[in-house]
Write a protein that binds this ligand. Structure first.
Ligand code: BT5
Length: 262
């Protein structure tokens, strides 16, 4: 296994905000849960919580996130000064940052899938969970990357196939380099979001890495399911899906399976 330590991750780390304070744990129930508690009790923006393993990792909608040793499991505390309607863009920006970091540090062709997964070879290598405090006083962005996680430990769901970077690369991946690159990319993306025109730039980057747009998709929302062609993301991060009759649905939350380009 690679030599994954706090000291090696923070050595001369060149970041403006994200990763200024790095809390490292061997095992936690969930880095998001601890980061939310820290955010509630005043931890500064940019604080990052890392665990080498999570015993109760969480996905969206109360789902489980499998997080054994060998992965990168981290959460970032943000205190965005901008409108709450931009909060979904933070998760999109995080998926762009994760895809870029994977490309830069491994050469693998990572892409993004709406709402905020990162895929490698069409399978999910990264999951992102953004959770918002009262009045959007804070946002915790949790990122889980299957780096050197053995294939056998990942869930086997044919609709949402999972993969690890080591599986795709054919050899173990250096988590120190990937974590450092990820924190740097997150720092840049978050700084950009706060600037004039930054939201549009994040959406442009997301479109450029997207494996969802142009595809026929099935959307499962809270109360409904339908199929159509994913045509774009809206300025608030909603997925725009054209139904067979031509009507366009805006999807703000839900799960998407890609049916192909036909
Ligand atoms: C996500 O949810 O993809 C968000 C995952 C966020 C995980 C990070 S790790 C650090 C931080 N601390 C936490 O507690 N969470 C965050 P969702 O889109 O709902 O996907 C969950 C589904 O993905 C599950 O129902 C499984 O089918 C599948 N799954 C579970 N573990 C997986 C894994 N390690 N790799 C790929 N797929 C997985």
């Amino acid at each position: 296994m690679d030599d994954y330590t706090r000291e090696r991750v923070i050595e001369n780390l060149d970041v403006r905000v994200i990763g200024r304070d790095l809390r490292w744990h061997d095992t936690l129930p969930s880095t998001n849960s601890l980061a939310m508690h820290l955010a509630e009790t005043g931890a500064p923006e940019g604080t990052v919580v890392i665990a080498e393993e999570q015993s109760a990792g969480r996905g969206r909608r109360g789902r489980e996130w499998v997080s054994p040793r060998g992965g990168i499991w981290l959460s970032v505390i943000l205190r965005p000064g901008f409108e709450t309607s931009h909060v979904p863009l933070i998760a999109l920006a995080a998926s762009v940052a994760a895809a870029r970091a994977i490309r830069e540090s491994t050469g693998l062709q990572a892409g993004v899938k709406w709402p905020n997964d990162v895929l490698v070879g069409g399978a999910k290598a990264v999951g992102i969970l953004a959770e918002t405090g009262p009045g959007a006083a804070w946002v915790v962005v949790g990122i889980g990357i299957n780096v050197n996680v053995p294939r056998a430990l990942l869930p086997a769901d044919a609709r949402y196939p999972a993969t690890s970077l080591a599986e795709r690369a054919g050899s173990p991946v250096d988590r120190v380099r990937l974590t450092r690159t990820l924190l740097g990319e997150l720092d840049k993306a978050y700084a950009m979001l706060g600037t004039e025109g930054g939201a549009a730039a994040v959406l442009r980057d997301w479109r450029g890495l997207s494996e969802t747009l142009g595809q026929m998709v099935r959307v499962e929302g809270d109360a409904c399911g339908f199929e159509g062609r994913a045509i774009d993301v809206d300025s608030d991060g909603a997925l725009l899906v054209r139904l067979p009759g031509g009507r366009i649905e805006r999807v703000l939350a839900g799960d998407v399976t890609v049916r192909g380009s036909e």
